[in-house]
Each structure stands twice: as structure tokens, then as C-alpha cells.
Design a protein around this ligand. Structure first.
Ligand code: KG4
Ligand code: ZN
Length: 337
């Protein structure tokens, strides 16, 4: 039963390949559905045109499942939220248009959400929640950002990648090693069986920014050199290569995170985004927190990679401020942070 002041929101996430829908009631997640697209593995990466077509097939299924699992009826919804950007234009269009049409039919407001804000606010989907201000290292397939989170509404970008994202570094390395897309989880798995015996350079980048393109080139040259000497090199040493690459990526990330936290004198520290599912990053992050006497926040696995619960949490805060979008809103693939 819906009480008079209950707030029920439906949230839709369709920025990349997976189609996701979630229901949140008074800030508590009732359902978190992800309909995966397996259609891209054969191409070694997400094919945008294909992704948008498959979103069209999956979106009603995802929304229906989310409503059924939450035991919520359409008439109970107070608003519908969606990812406006950043992301793939065709993919975003499907979610934005679905949300707009459904809200129009139900005569309820719509809420636009920034995908990267939502990755950070995923920390408020369940306990323990960080207190403000906190520093968040957001690492995903398209972004690598250091953010000072002052409130759910005010976030300051302290640094970001000047070229590839951390997730891209995992995925491109995986492609080079012949691993299927997305390669992050595959590298994570193999790294557990290997040793970080190969050294790759840590880039010297100004301030709190990151760079991963030099690492990508270093790995490429290393593999080419090694294969010249021994054609079976990759096959026979893949676990050690994965462990070494992962070790370097984690090192690059944590060096800057530590610098940011010390510079800002903040002791509530979090990681977020798809790469925060990485086991070595999670372990070494928590060790770094212990060393510095910080309180560390690591998201539950279902809130690391893309999901609609994080969109729902961000939308809940916006609903409390009556921060609604209008029906003429359009997706923005390069939405500013
Ligand atoms: O946040 P996300 O789901 O999507 C974007 O917004 O981009 O992040 C996807 C990225 C991919 O690059 C994927 O390889 C990486 O997260 N990823 C991982 C792991 N799980 C996902 N990277 C390293 N280790 C993992 N366990
Ligand atoms: Zn994401």
C-alpha cells in the first residue's frame, strides 16, 4: 500500500550496452534489474548501432521485471528517472524516450541523471554510507575521475584522465592478449593465478590527472618483443602478464587517490564504477585506508558496474529538491560533469 508521503521512483539506465531498471521507495532500493547484451563479444567491444537496437528489445522487459519484483504498480510511481549522459547517443535515446513517453502517459514528472554522479551516489544504495565531504575515485570503462563529493548535489572534479580510462586500459590490454570483451573481469581472474613479475612504467602526470595511453603502448611493445623471441609467450605467461598489468593500473590509481585525499585533508574515501569491482583494487584500496586511518567505502558488486539502482538513488535526491526535467530534454553523450 502506498502511504500519502511515500516516494516511488522508476529509474532507467541505458548509457552503454546493458539495459537496466530499478524501483526505489523513500530512498530504499526495491528492485535492480539488468538485462545484459551478449551481442558484442564477437566484435571485441560495444557496437553502438547494435547496442541501441538491442536496448529497444530489452527496455520493456527490464522495466516490467523491475515493477514486478518491487510489487509496484504504475499508478504508484511519483516520477521516472533516466540517464541523460554521458554515454552512447543511440543507447541513451532509447532510455530517455521511454522515460519521457511513460511519464507523459502517467502524467508524472521526469528526472535526468548524470551517469558519473550516479556511480558515486551508488554508495547511498545501502549501509554503510559515507558522510560528506568524501573523496571518490570513479573508475569505469569511459571515465577515470577523482571527485570531492560535498553533497549529493555538489561535486567538485579534482582530476581525471587525459586520455584512456582505467577500464579501457583493462579492455585494450585484454584485446591484445586475445581475451573477450569486457576484459577487466578476465584479467582480474587470471591475475589471481599469476605474479606481477613484469614492470611497466608509472606515468608522471601533473596534479591529480591520470594517463593510461603510455601504459597501453608499453604493453603492446612488451608483447611484440616477447612474441618475437617466443611465439608461445602470451599463452604460457598470460597469468603473470595479467597480474603485472593489473598491479600497474592499481598503482597508478591509488597513487593519485592518496595524493587527492592528503591534499584535500578528507578522511572518508570511496571507490566507484565498473573497475571498482577489481579484487586487487578493492584489497589495496582498503589497505591504503588502514595505513592512512581513513574510512574506506567499497561498493557492493551489483553497484559497481552499470546499474539502474544508482540512477534511482541519484533521482531520489533530485526528487526531494523537486529538480525535474521538461519533456523537451534530449540525451547528451558528452554531458558535462
Ligand atoms: O561502470 P561500467 O560498468 O561502465 C561504464 O560506465 O563504462 O564499467 C565498465 C568497465 C569495463 O571497462 C570493464 O572491463 C571494467 O569496468 N571492469 C573491471 C572489472 N569488472 C568490470 N575491470 C577490472 N576488474 C574487474 N573485476
Ligand atoms: Zn558506468
Amino acid at each position: 500500500m502506498k502511504k500519502k508521503n511515500d516516494i516511488y521512483l522508476l529509474a532507467i539506465e541505458s548509457s552503454c550496452d546493458d539495459t537496466a531498471a530499478s524501483i526505489i521507495k523513500n530512498g530504499e532500493i526495491l528492485s535492480n534489474i539488468i538485462v545484459k547484451q551478449d551481442d558484442h563479444a564477437a566484435y571485441g567491444g560495444v557496437v553502438p548501432e547494435l547496442a541501441s537496437r538491442v536496448h529497444q528489445q530489452h527496455i520493456s522487459i527490464a522495466v516490467d521485471k523491475a515493477m514486478i519484483e518491487a510489487k509496484v504498480l504504475k499508478k504508484q510511481l511519483n516520477a521516472i528517472a533516466f540517464t541523460r549522459g554521458p554515454g552512447l547517443l543511440g543507447s541513451l535515446l532509447v532510455g530517455v524516450n521511454f522515460a519521457k513517453a511513460m511519464a507523459l502517459a502517467l502524467d508524472i514528472p521526469i528526472i535526468e541523471v548524470h551517469h558519473m554522479h550516479a556511480h558515486i551516489l551508488a554508495h547511498f544504495a545501502e549501509e554503510p554510507k559515507p558522510s560528506f565531504p568524501f573523496i571518490c575515485l570513479t573508475v569505469s570503462g569511459g571515465h577515470t575521475q577523482l571527485v570531492k563529493v560535498i553533497s549529493p548535489y555538489t561535486m567538485e572534479l579534482l582530476g581525471q584522465t587525459i586520455d584512456d580510462a582505467a577500464g579501457e586500459a583493462f579492455d585494450k590490454t585484454g584485446k591484445l592478449l586475445g581475451l573477450p570483451y569486457p576484459a577487466g573481469p578476465q584479467i582480474d581472474k587470471r591475475a589471481k593465478l599469476g605474479k606481477a613479475i613484469y614492470e611497466f612504467p608509472i606515468p608522471k602526470i601533473d596534479k591529480l590527472d591520470f594517463s593510461f595511453s603510455g601504459l597501453k603502448t608499453a604493453i603492446l611493445y612488451f608483447v611484440q618483443r616477447s612474441v618475437k623471441k617466443d611465439p608461445n609467450f602470451v599463452k604460457e605467461h598470460i597469468n603473470d602478464i595479467c597480474a603485472s598489468v593489473q598491479n600497474t593500473i592499481v598503482e597508478i590509481l591509488l597513487l593519485k587517490l592518496e595524493k587527492a585525499a592528503l591534499q584535500e585533508n578528507v578522511n572518508q574515501i570511496a571507490i566507484a564504477g565498473g573497475v571498482s569491482a577489481n579484487s586487487e583494487l578493492r584489497t589495496r584500496f582498503l589497505e591504503l585506508c588502514t595505513k592512512n586511518q581513513w574510512t574506506g567505502f567499497v561498493p557492493a558488486f551489483q553497484y559497481c558496474t552499470d546499474n539502474a539502482a544508482m540512477i534511482a538513488v541519484a533521482a531520489h535526491y533530485k526528487y526531494l529538491e523537486s529538480d525535474f526535467a521538461t519533456q523537451d530534454i534530449t540525451p547528451d553523450p558528452r554531458l558535462k560533469f
